[in-house]
Design a protein around this ligand. Structure first.
Ligand SMILES: C[S@@+](CC[C@H](N)C(=O)[O-])C[C@H]1O[C@@H](n2cnc3c(N)ncnc32)[C@H](O)[C@@H]1O
Length: 267
């Protein structure tokens, strides 16, 4: 979709996001529009840096361990395939790392969904280069049926997606999965607290190079949803599910606890 650079800058200025406006002014334009190639290339760079964060937070190992436990709890066996779907998968680092490690049983079908076609195409390319059996498709988390088909033998996960959704979109997000009658969902996102904001700043200064990554990393921690907000939205959108947020200690969080899951299991 064409984006007029000056309009986007003025929206950011109006919202008081002067730093973001300054970063956006540096993005090349074609005429008055942001240059598509430059925006796509920037998106790839930012998500490559984000994959590094996923590695440092050991997301693949942690997701695999929780999904393994969920499969056992749900009694989802080996007879017909079980599908594990990562919505908002970005470059697919989590599923690619699970596939490469062999930590989960081979009867799992791994599917990554992202609404940005540039990212899903790059995730698919990386899976091919790494010779991994993971499928990546373009799709919207609000219409997961389009991308993943039937639900009862499906577990849906995400990492770092929920803070991209506004509070008033959360109910619809959980509803989309409940309508598909997925067996379970587990969505990892930033626990908003002073530690995660401080940690995000330190980590992004130390490990990220793109100004967008550094800026949005801290903003992401600040705009993340509290456990109460997430549970209320999940209970409203997916009433047939037993839901809880698996938080670590609030006052002495380990670095890994900065990203914690909201888990729902169909009753
Ligand atoms: C912060 S990135 C996280 C990427 C990846 N999960 C990770 O942990 O590195 C958020 C991703 O969600 C995707 N996204 C945002 N809204 C979405 C939606 N409604 N449906 C599908 N993907 C979405 C974005 O394109 C982006 O790739």
């Amino acid at each position: 979709m064409p984006v007029m650079s000056a309009e986007a800058v003025s929206v950011l200025e109006m919202r008081g996001q002067h730093r973001a406006a300054k970063i956006l002014r540096q993005v090349p334009t074609t005429g008055a529009e942001l240059a598509t190639d430059a925006v796509d290339e920037l998106g790839l760079k930012v998500h490559r840096e984000l994959s590094r964060l996923g590695e440092e937070l050991q997301l693949g190992r942690r997701v695999a361990s929780m999904v393994g436990a969920l499969l056992q709890q749900l009694g989802l066996g080996t007879v017909t395939p079980v599908r594990l779907v990562d919505v908002g998968c970005g470059l697919g680092q989590v599923l690619r790392s699970i596939a490469a490690s062999g930590e989960l049983p081979p009867y799992l079908e791994l599917v990554g969904v992202d609404m940005n076609p540039v990212l899903s195409a790059e995730a698919a390319r990386l899976a091919r280069v790494e010779n991994l059996d993971v499928r990546f498709v373009t799709g919207n988390a609000f219409e997961p049926g389009l991308a993943i088909g039937d639900g009862p033998r499906t577990v849906v996960l995400s990492t770092g997606l929920l803070h991209h959704l506004a509070a008033d979109q959360l109910v619809a997000f959980f509803q989309a999965q409940a309508e598909l009658r997925v067996a379970a969902f587990a969505h990892w996102d930033i626990a908003p607290c002073v530690w995660s904001t401080l940690g995000a700043w330190v980590f992004h200064q130390a490990r990220m190079r793109q100004p967008v990554s550094r800026h949005d990393g801290v903003l992401s921690a600040r705009r993340a949803h509290s456990a109460d907000v997430l549970v209320a939205a999940a209970e409203q959108g997916a009433p047939g599910y037993v839901v809880d947020v698996r938080e670590g200690s609030r006052w002495h969080p380990r670095a890994l606890d900065v990203l914690r899951p909201i888990v729902g299991v169909r009753g």
